[in-house]
Design a protein. Structure first.
Length: 259
């Protein structure tokens, strides 16, 4: 009888590990429409493909094919790579993302584990725009403006939100990308930032009995800003997930009342 129960436990553990492995390698694209009363109407809508925490994974061509033609720009929310990842894999991922549209990148903490000078050069050669405490401005035919801001790695105190804001148009719809979600602690109402895109936490990655050091990712309305925290596409330490499946995002921004 004891052997029977031990066997059941072993089988259960094996099945759980298989499930967790499957969760870690899902290719889910979460599609969301987000409305802002201040979104410039002359843009109509803007669609963003957002992917964060790729780490050791190779982005599935299925994702690329599903998103191609649907997104105006691509944003990598940090941790494109980490120590031990072949440069060839990084190049493959960038080549695939470029099929979707123009690519923008912010640094994550794990990106600095590699030769970041080499990574920076690869990004430059591939035409990837790095947002390191800087911004880029898009203008509609009617002169309305949308600014995409990015800050550098907060864990090394490289982030300078004030510089990104200085680089942005004052009267514009502002989207801020920061690998670390706690950038929101530095955002003031006067900054007029509407949306923050972040990753880093992996949505907790593994929730045992519903508990994890971090909450699952998702879209939430804060006092000063709307924030999306992604579960991320890859994993760290172990290639397993539970309760926080791998994901990337197709976000469509429109003018309208906040839901």
């Amino acid at each position: 009888m004891v052997i029977f129960f031990v066997s059941l436990i072993i089988i259960g553990v094996i099945l759980l590990l298989i499930y967790m492995l499957k969760q870690a390698f899902l290719n889910i694209v979460v599609e969301q429409e987000i409305y802002f009363p201040e979104f410039p109407t002359t843009f109509g809508k803007v669609s963003i493909f957002f992917i964060s925490d790729i780490h050791r994974r190779t982005i599935s061509e299925t994702i690329i094919n599903n998103v191609k033609g649907k997104a105006d720009i691509v944003i990598i929310g940090g941790d494109l790579t980490e120590k031990g990842v072949p440069i060839s894999r990084v190049k493959t991922n960038l080549t695939r993302l470029k099929q979707i549209g123009p690519v923008y990148f912010v640094w994550g903490n794990n990106d600095y584990e590699v030769d970041y000078h080499e990574l920076d050069a690869i990004l430059l050669v591939n035409g990837i725009k790095v947002l390191a405490n800087t911004s880029v401005t898009f203008e509609s035919n009617e002169g309305e403006k949308l600014c995409l801001l990015g800050v550098d790695d907060m864990s090394q105190k490289r982030d300078r939100l004030e510089l990104a804001l200085f680089d942005a148009e004052e009267k514009s719809f502002k989207i801020l990308v920061s690998h670390f979600p706690n950038i929101t602690n530095k955002i003031l109402p006067d900054h007029q930032i509407s949306l923050v895109l972040s990753g880093h936490t992996h949505g907790g990655q593994i929730h045992l009995f519903g508990y994890s050091p971090y909450k699952r990712g998702g879209l939430k309305k804060l006092q000063n800003v709307t924030q999306l925290i992604s579960n991320g596409y890859g994993t760290t330490t172990v290639p397993l997930r539970l309760g926080a499946p791998a994901e990337c995002h197709l976000l469509t921004l429109k003018n309208g009342p906040t839901e």
